[in-house]
Design a protein around this ligand. Structure first.
Ligand SMILES: Nc1ncnc2c1[nH]c(=O)n2[C@H]1C[C@H](O)[C@@H](COP(=O)(O)OP(=O)(O)OP(=O)(O)O)O1
Length: 198
């Protein structure tokens, strides 16, 4: 294991970016979630969350890992439920989110695929939309795609999404405090890239 990692992270990692000086927040257990992204050429499929936690934010497709499910099985189920597509998802990274006063941490396993079958379809929970991660945003021959809408995504996504797009495996932790308006403010973050899975 790499020394000096934030609590809750493990692996053979090299630091990529970090910020904030607050103490790492305490948590007593993790709850597991998945989040899946389809990447094709210079475009990425995101979904606008229509309800619940993270409403009106763009994100990958995912949710809670149900009892008895594997992480990959959960990721594939959520992708189908929320975007109507199947994909050969592969594990791409792990993120730990800790918020003050919650007591437990979100462990989010990130998956990606470069191909998929079916047609991205709006569900009760998510509205799929393609974005370009190249600049200028001219992905499709006949359509100009908008750039990744980081201003409508979770804080910190701008740190790790470029690694995902480049196919570099990553691990990160983001601590946040809840503000008076109910929004989160990042207090500390750390991201590393995986040197090897050994
Ligand atoms: N910071 C943070 N906290 C919590 N969840 C997330 C983040 N960043 C994220 O990217 N996410 C992801 C993790 C999951 O993919 C979703 C949240 O899942 P949720 O929609 O609550 O779970 P479901 O199982 O789909 O929920 P319901 O079907 O019960 O509504 O955001």
């Amino acid at each position: 294991m790499t020394s000096g990692l934030p609590p809750g992270l493990e692996g053979n990692l090299v630091e990529y970016v970090q910020g904030g000086v607050a103490d790492w927040l305490p948590f007593d257990h993790k709850r597991f979630y998945t989040n899946a992204f389809i990447i094709q050429g210079d475009k990425i499929l995101l979904g606008l969350k229509k309800r619940g936690f993270g409403i009106n934010k763009y994100n990958g497709f995912g949710g809670k890992v149900e009892p008895g499910e594997t992480l990959t099985g959960a990721a594939m189920r959520e992708l189908k439920e929320e975007a109507g597509i199947d994909a050969p998802l592969e594990h791409a990274g792990s993120l730990l989110f800790v918020t003050n006063g919650v007591g437990w941490a979100f462990q989010i396993e990130i998956f990606s695929a470069r191909s998929y079958s079916g047609r991205p379809t709006e569900s009760d929970e998510m509205r799929p939309k393609w974005f370009s991660f190249e600049s200028p945003a001219t992905s499709d021959a006949d359509a100009i795609l908008p750039p990744i809408p980081y201003e409508m995504m979770w804080d910190g996504d701008d740190h790790w999404l470029p690694l995902l797009v480049q196919g570099r495996k990553f691990v990160g932790r983001i601590d946040s405090v809840t503000q008076d308006d109910g929004k989160f403010a990042m207090t500390r973050h750390w991201f590393g890239t995986v040197i090897s899975d050994d």
